[in-house]
Design a protein around this ligand. Structure first.
Ligand SMILES: NC(=O)c1ccc[n+]([C@@H]2O[C@H](COP(=O)([O-])OP(=O)(O)OC[C@H]3O[C@@H](n4cnc5c(N)ncnc54)[C@H](O)[C@@H]3O)[C@@H](O)[C@H]2O)c1
Length: 386
């Protein structure tokens, strides 16, 4: 179906950056995308040096994202980039995304979508006005067994969902590494660069999106407690949120970056009337399913018994593990299959359209703002306002 590689530009992700390199591996995994240009750092010299390391052509290795977006829009249509991947810290998401959309480029952007809820709404409106696509990389919704879990819930196999417990403990901010030269810790703990929340913005948003994605429900009320555990830290590094969902289900979301010894232990349990499911990000190829009146089952990736969504998002046969890079690649692949299908006037399948969008970004920003407001209030329950 795809007739030529989709051309991608990248903003951020230069030397010493974390997630940009992961994005490039994910984008290249299926041979559907080529990186044709970049503005890879806030520092023009580092940007150019980073582009040279990746063998970008010199005339498309830009010193700033403004220069890149403007110059690319002047190139012939069959040469210019078709979408831009934005992998900068949170404070530098909104402006390049708006500029790219204004110049006719689709956007793929990392979470949280913007710095404020207001910006997220403006961006969502711009996406609608331009008719362009925006993809948000909530990585964990890209795993095949997460797709399987969502499909089983949607099919009503567990009956009405009653309880959701999601936890995301990490330990890497257990000490003040932001004061010891850790670039990723420095901006994440700085309110001017990260936003209103630290831990809840950085990883709590992933947990909230995962809970809503698998359950197909929306958080409607919250009661939040945020903690600033490491001395002198300016943003929360730990928190607990009680949840109510729009069907009456209740839940708990825990996110922490001071859970010493934990790596990236995102996990979720969902319970309905007839049974429940359990998934752990560090063991992503297994989905545990439990029944009220029958023995528990282990669903595994790569088997013919899985849903079309799980199969569409797998690459290797059963027993050949897939992980984080593949989950990221699934989001890229679905996004560009959608772009190329729309490009030739076709209708993308539901499996292709299965990637997070600006609407998820708005909910993520609302999650941050509601959690912070709730944590600073004595009132027990807060409506989830957008
Ligand atoms: N989806 C996920 O699982 C996931 C994981 C990690 C990070 N993230 C998100 O990715 C983003 C980047 O995080 P990171 O840890 O890679 O940060 P980082 O500090 O490692 O890298 C940020 C990069 O952006 C560049 N940059 C900053 N301002 C720029 C500008 N104006 N123009 C061009 N480049 C600019 C920096 O020079 C650097 O190269 C954040 O929004 C973060 O929340 C998402």
């Amino acid at each position: 179906m795809i007739q030529e590689k989709i051309r991608m530009g990248m903003i951020g992700g230069g030397k010493n950056a974390f997630i940009g390199a992961i994005h490039r591996i994910a984008a290249h995994m299926d041979g559907l995308i080529e990186l044709c240009c970049g503005a890879l750092s806030s520092n023009p010299e580092t940007a150019k040096a980073s582009g040279r390391d990746l063998f970008l052509p010199e005339n498309r290795n830009y010193g700033s994202y403004k220069e890149m977006i403007e110059a690319e829009s002047r190139l012939p249509q069959h040469i210019r980039m078709q979408f831009v991947s934005i992998v900068t810290p949170n404070f530098a998401h909104f402006e390049p995304a708006m500029l790219a959309l204004d110049h006719g480029f689709h956007v793929l952007i990392d979470k949280p979508i913007t710095f404020t809820l207001e910006e997220a709404k403006l961006l969502e409106r711009k996406v609608k006005e331009t008719g362009l696509q925006l993809c948000l990389t909530h990585t964990y919704s890209g795993y095949p067994m997460v797709k399987q879990a969502r499909q089983m819930v949607k099919e009503g196999q567990f009956g009405t969902i009653r309880k959701i417990c999601v936890e995301y403990p990490q330990g890497w901010l257990s000490s003040a590494s932001e004061k010891e030269g850790n670039q990723q810790a420095a901006w994440r703990t700085d309110p001017a660069k990260s936003g209103k929340s630290g831990c809840m913005g950085d990883i709590g948003t992933h947990a909230a999106q995962l809970a809503e994605y698998i359950s197909d429900l929306q958080i409607s009320r919250i009661c939040a407690d945020l903690n600033w555990v490491v001395k002198d830290r300016l943003l929360d590094d730990d928190g607990n949120v009680l949840l109510k969902f729009n069907n009456g289900a209740n839940g708990i979301l825990m996110a922490s970056q001071i859970a010493a010894g934990e790596e990236n232990a995102l996990s979720i349990k969902i319970y309905g009337e007839k049974g429940g499911l359990e998934w752990h990000q560090e063991e992503p190829n297994t989905l545990k399913v439990k029944w009220l009146d029958a023995p528990a089952q282990l669903y595994r990736t790569g088997h013919p018994y899985l849903s079309s969504f799980a199969k569409h998002n797998s690459r290797t046969p059963a027993g050949h593990p897939e992980g984080y890079l593949e989950a990221f690649a699934n989001i890229y692949r679905n996004f560009v299959l959608t772009l190329s299908t729309l490009h030739i006037g076709g209708s993308p399948s539901p499996e292709m359209l299965d990637f997070p969008t600006a609407a998820d970004g708005v909910r993520g920003m609302a999650f941050i703002e509601n959690v912070v407001a709730s944590a600073h209030s004595d009132q027990k329950w807060h409506d989830f306002k957008i």
